[in-house]
Write a protein that binds this ligand. Structure first.
Ligand code: GAL
Length: 377
């Protein structure tokens, strides 16, 4: 069972960003202003290091292109790299960016330890650091931009309850397997805590029975699938509902359920609204996902980076008006915490209409008819 210690208490309300224009440097053409002056963020170098690719299609599929677009729109010069889950590579990439003289370093890390180390090194060189998506517990970054991740977990809990009502009405106790995210990722703890806000009362009342709750190192989808199969076979191939902490793990769980003829009969949760996850929902194999508008996360991060590149702390603080408590370093971190949405089959259209995923990415082949039926185009 996951350690109960609450690693993070979000004490701020999930505030959408006050998208006050930060007045990114508007100087164009002949202006040769040194990017280190207060004349604006014109062309200031910004480093971005993403954690891995194996855990979720989001990092290369959404975060990278959306951050590139948003940072350039703020007049910044981004260098975006991915550490591929390798802590040593993360450190080497950070050293390179610090030596290249970035004004701001944006980090989404495989674990808090490397994040705290990199932040201290960068700040010692006068570089502002933003924790992106994942807070580095015990770190020193002054700013954090993410979603209200406990609320994301609560949406997953609600999704499971809705799925059980639809697919296993009256089953009591409904037997549940929880396949959770990486223990090194503070978000995974927050997702779990949010899920339990909804599910614990139902475990306690006997409506639900927990077969096993298992965190998966590095969100490794392959490992998530083999672990789920071990738990399922250990339970006599019986399960009524599965909490999968993101769409990548949900996909691995569904592959196993198909082996035992259980897909579509057992609700499976997810998050990230990836094309694969949305297709699984349209097929009825996955019950829900959580849509986190990464374009909003990228835009908020870019506006914050532009303010910090100009040393405009007042503008930065106005944007990061939320507060998140890092209980490990016992510090309050200025935060942007964005809201997220529960997406079931009837809501997939909203993700496409938001421009987050294209109909052409999810409506091919056997899904053409269901997309037409749901008005997805
Ligand atoms: C979390 C992130 C999620 C999830 C996971 C795997 O930190 O917030 O979107 O997909 O990592 O990448």
């Amino acid at each position: 069972m996951r350690s109960k210690s609450l690693a993070l208490i979000a004490v701020g309300t999930g505030l959408a960003v006050a998208m006050t224009a930060c007045g990114a440097n508007t100087s164009t053409g002949g202006n040769t202003a040194d990017t280190n002056t207060n004349s604006g963020s014109g062309g200031a170098k910004v480093g971005v290091i993403l954690p891995e690719t194996a855990s979720s299609a989001r990092w290369e599929g959404f975060d990278k292109p959306l951050l590139e677009k948003a940072l350039k729109a703020e007049g910044l010069d981004p260098d975006i790299q991915n550490a591929q889950g390798d802590v040593q590579k993360f450190s080497t990439l950070a050293d390179g960016m610090i030596n290249a003289g970035v004004k701001v370093l944006i980090i989404a890390t495989p674990n808090s330890e490397i994040g705290a180390t990199v932040a201290r090194k960068a700040e010692a060189s006068g570089i502002a650091v933003i924790d992106y998506d994942r807070l580095n517990l015990g770190g020193s970054s002054k700013y954090y931009v993410s979603f209200d991740n406990e609320a994301v977990g609560a949406l997953q809990g609600e999704g499971l309850v809705q799925g059980l009502a639809a697919l296993a009405p009256g089953k009591k106790p409904a037997e549940i397997i929880e396949i959770e995210g990486a223990p090194t990722d503070n978000n995974a703890t927050l997702f779990y805590n949010g899920q339990q806000k909804v599910l614990k009362p139902k475990y306690d009342s006997g409506d639900l029975k927990l077969v096993q709750s298992q965190p998966i190192d590095n969100w490794d989808n392959q490992k998530g699938g083999t672990t789920f199969e071990q738990i399922l076979t250990g339970n006599g191939q019986k399960v009524d509902g599965v909490v999968a902490a993101n769409d990548g793990l949900a996909g691995a769980v569904i592959t196993v359920l198909k082996k035992y003829g259980l897909n579509g009969k057992v609700p499976v949760t997810g998050q990230d609204a990836t094309p694969e996850g949305l297709q699984a929902i349209l097929r009825g194999d996955q019950f829900m996902t959580v849509f986190k508008p990464i374009n909003e996360q990228a835009e908020a991060t870019a506006k914050l980076a532009a303010a910090l590149a100009k040393n405009d702390t007042a503008a930065a603080d106005a944007l990061a008006s939320g507060v998140t408590k890092d209980t490990k370093a016992n510090r309050d971190v200025k935060s942007v915490l964005l809201p997220a949405q529960l997406i079931t089959k009837d809501k997939v259209k909203t993700v496409v209409d938001a421009g987050f995923v294209k109909a052409t990415e999810i409506c091919g082949g056997d899904l053409a008819a269901v997309c037409t039926e749901l008005g997805i185009k």
